[in-house]
Each structure stands twice: as structure tokens, then as C-alpha cells.
Design a protein. Structure first.
Length: 410
């Protein structure tokens, strides 16, 4: 067994031991009595904002089942262009089921022993599977596979985004889904020094990869300051219409050594200009600065990214950087005649694939309109995107894209 696999194995054993220790104290007769009682419990069913919920009357067991469909029309193409040459070299109008998800979650034995898994039906991919021990708000444990808690844009569910999709920064900077263990919690809630933290130890080889390529693991840390003592949830648009200013400042960092320079829903892969890697070829260090707030229908979020990739095989270092700025507003707040369910949002993003090269820039400008029939659970989004790419010769190319998307959850 590899050292990395052993490390994760021992961490998982420790987490399971802690869960058992927290529940210890009941004798066998009491446990048998509780087990019998569970069998006799009546199941209560109700519909919530997490879909259908089935739970026992003693609330020791709960099960949520939810499905989500996302229909998208896009022209002249759908995917974000990756290089200068890809700006609509082939125009293809697209109508597709962009996402079809089945979500199952809840808790068992104790309200604080939670579980969740998510399956992408259209692609046949198991996206998430995790167990969370959340007895204490200041110290929680999660094991399994999930979207790494690194940056806000990626963590926000695709069903709760403000735009039809994430920015051009997602491809080069996301850590996406990984397997491992995470420790997280919130310290000093509702006080001046209100912080939320996430510390993860992961395989670092992407979704669906059960082992590392060598003894090097991925380490991720995120520290979020909830100024004014109010925590902002991971969702886009101020549908809650926060009467109190609610915001955050966060920093995050990660280090990893693997055959990959990028990650996505498909797993590990390579950025443009990088060859397919061998075990431990690329050492990647990333840093993030993030801000976000919501107040009376106004929402804001932005991220600054830096990334350093060292190629051990070719003895070469590449530095990348980028940022996005995004805001939305329900103008009904100041103009009653403006439709209440309508939100107007905009985003600007830039990405520099190699800071050592001049004339090396990718830009994205987005204007979006959201109509909320029932919050994020049933909404219609239309947007216009303008791409502006500059290659190393200094030549610019640009293009427009129009998209309409309907996202509905049951």
C-alpha cells in the first residue's frame, strides 16, 4: 500500500473512531430497545426546499430526495473558448439537457451524523458521496468525495448560480471534486472575530480517482472572515433580501503534486501548453483572495487567483493569474414598477495563461437576466457574453454568445 493511501486510511479510521466515541455510552439493552423503537416509528413525509423529505417522528433518521434538470439553448456555441483559435472557429447552435441530477441526503442514528450523494444521470457520473460528523459547530469532519472548499464560484451549486455558468477562471483554477477528509467549522459566531475555516487532505488526482499517483497528497486551506458576525451562504443572488449587510473576506491556498495541471468534473487533465504528465511531474501551488456581500437585493462577489506550476520533467515554471468581478441587483427595490422576480447581473473576468509572456490575455464580459419563478428552484436565465482574446503576436479576436437556460428542481 502506498504511503498516501496509508495516510488516508489512518485518517478515515480516526474519523470513524471519533464518531463511535461520540455515540458511546449506551448499553446493549438500551441500544436494542432503540433499534426496536426505530422499526416501529411512523414515517413522516413533507416537501421542503431540499425536495421530498422522509423522516421518523423521533427525528433520528431523515432522507431527502431531489432531482434537478437544466435545459440550455446556446448560439453560436456553448463551451467557453480555451484558446485564441477557438473563438467560434465552428459555429454550432446547441440545445441540450445540460445537467440532470439526482440528489440524496439526510442523517442517520443521530441528527449530526449526515450523509449525501449526488449522481449526474445524463453523463452517468457519481459526483458526490460523503459522510459528515457535525455535532459541534466549531469542529466538523467530512469524508468521501465532494467539490473542494477552495473558491466560492466553484462551491456554489450550478443550480444556485447567478449566471448560466461559471466564469472562464474555472477551467484553470478550480480544484473541483477530490476524495479525502476535511475538517471545518465556525468559530465565534455572531461576534467580531467570526471565522469559518476548511482544512482538507485529499488524494489530489481528481473525481473518481481512489488513490494518489505517489506519496504526495493535496493540502487545501480556506479561512473566511465573516465581518459583522454574519455568515454568507454559498448561493448567488440576494433572494433573501438581506436587511443587514452580510459579507465575507476569504483567503485560501493549496499545494499538490500530480500528473495534472488542472481539474474538472471529468477528473484530472492538462492546461493548454502542457504535455500529458507522468507520476508527480507537476507541482502546483495556488493562492486565492475572495470577497462577497449581499444587502437589500444587491449582491457582489469577486476572486483573485494566482497559480504556479513547476514541471519536474522539463525543469520549467509557469505562472498564471486571473480575477473576476460579479454583481447583481433586483431593481424592484428602488423602482416598484420594475418586475419583482427579475434580477439584472453582470460579470467581468480576465485570465493570463502565462505571466512571463506579453500579449497574453483572455477576457469575458457577461450581462445576464434572471427571472425567478420560485427562487433558484425554478428560474429562467438569459445572458449575452462577449469574449476578447489576444494571442502572443498581439492580434485580437473576439466573439459574442447568447444563451437561455431553464433550471428546475423537484
Amino acid at each position: 500500500m502506498k504511503k498516501s493511501t496509508k495516510s488516508l486510511f489512518y485518517l478515515l479510521l480516526s474519523c470513524l473512531y471519533l464518531s463511535t466515541a461520540l455515540s458511546y455510552g449506551q448499553d446493549k439493552s438500551a441500544a436494542l430497545k432503540d433499534s426496536t423503537a426505530v422499526k416501529k416509528q411512523k414515517i413522516e413525509i413533507e416537501y421542503t426546499d431540499e425536495g421530498f423529505e422522509f423522516k421518523t417522528s423521533d427525528e433520528k433518521y431523515a432522507l431527502h430526495i431531489e432531482s434537478r434538470l437544466q435545459f440550455r439553448f446556446s448560439t453560436p456555441s456553448d463551451l467557453n473558448p480555451v484558446t485564441y483559435d477557438e473563438i467560434y472557429s465552428e459555429k454550432e447552435t446547441v440545445f441540450k439537457i445540460n445537467r440532470a441530477r439526482l440528489k440524496v441526503g439526510g442523517h442517520a442514528y443521530k441528527p449530526w451524523l449526515k450523509y449525501y450523494w449526488e449522481y449526474e444521470v445524463s453523463a452517468g457520473n457519481l459526483m458526490d458521496f460523503r459522510v459528515m460528523i457535525e455535532k459541534y459547530s466549531f469542529f466538523k469532519i467530512k469524508v468521501g468525495q465532494w467539490k473542494t472548499y477552495y473558491n466560492r464560484e466553484r462551491v456554489i451549486s450550478s443550480g444556485k448560480q447567478q449566471m448560466a455558468d461559471r466564469s472562464i477562471l474555472t477551467r484553470p483554477f478550480t480544484l473541483d471534486r477530490q476524495q479525502g477528509v476535511e475538517f471545518y467549522g465556525r468559530i465565534n459566531p455572531s461576534k467580531f472575530a467570526d471565522f469559518t475555516y476548511h482544512a482538507s487532505i485529499l488524494t489530489g488526482t481528481g473525481r473518481g480517482s481512489t488513490e494518489n499517483d505517489d506519496e504526495h497528497l493535496m493540502y487545501v486551506g480556506r479561512l473566511q472572515y465573516n465581518f459583522l458576525g454574519r455568515e454568507l451562504s454559498f448561493t448567488g443572488s440576494d433572494l433573501a433580501y438581506h436587511d443587514d449587510f452580510t459579507g465575507l473576506i476569504a483567503v485560501a491556498a493549496t499545494t499538490n503534486r500530480s500528473p495534472y495541471t488542472r481539474f474538472s468534473q471529468a477528473g484530472g487533465g492538462q492546461l493548454v501548453g502542457f504535455e500529458d504528465g507522468v507520476d508527480g511531474q507537476y507541482k502546483v501551488n495556488q493562492f486565492l483572495l475572495e470577497t462577497a456581500f449581499m444587502y437589500r437585493g444587491l449582491s457582489w462577489q469577486n476572486e483573485f487567483h494566482t497559480k504556479e506550476i513547476y514541471d519536474y520533467v522539463n525543469d520549467q515554471t509557469t505562472n498564471l493569474k486571473g480575477a473576476y468581478f460579479q454583481s447583481g441587483y433586483f431593481f424592484h427595490s428602488i423602482w416598484p414598477k420594475f418586475p419583482k422576480p427579475l434580477e439584472v447581473a453582470a460579470r467581468y473576468a480576465y485570465y493570463i495563461p502565462n505571466t512571463h509572456l506579453s500579449n497574453n490575455l483572455e477576457e469575458e464580459f457577461v450581462l445576464a437576466f434572471n427571472w425567478f419563478f420560485n427562487g433558484h428552484r425554478n428560474k429562467l436565465t438569459s445572458e449575452v457574453t462577449y469574449f476578447n482574446f489576444q494571442d502572443q503576436t498581439g492580434i485580437y479576436d473576439n466573439g459574442l454568445r447568447f444563451r437561455v437556460q431553464w433550471d428546475i428542481s423537484f
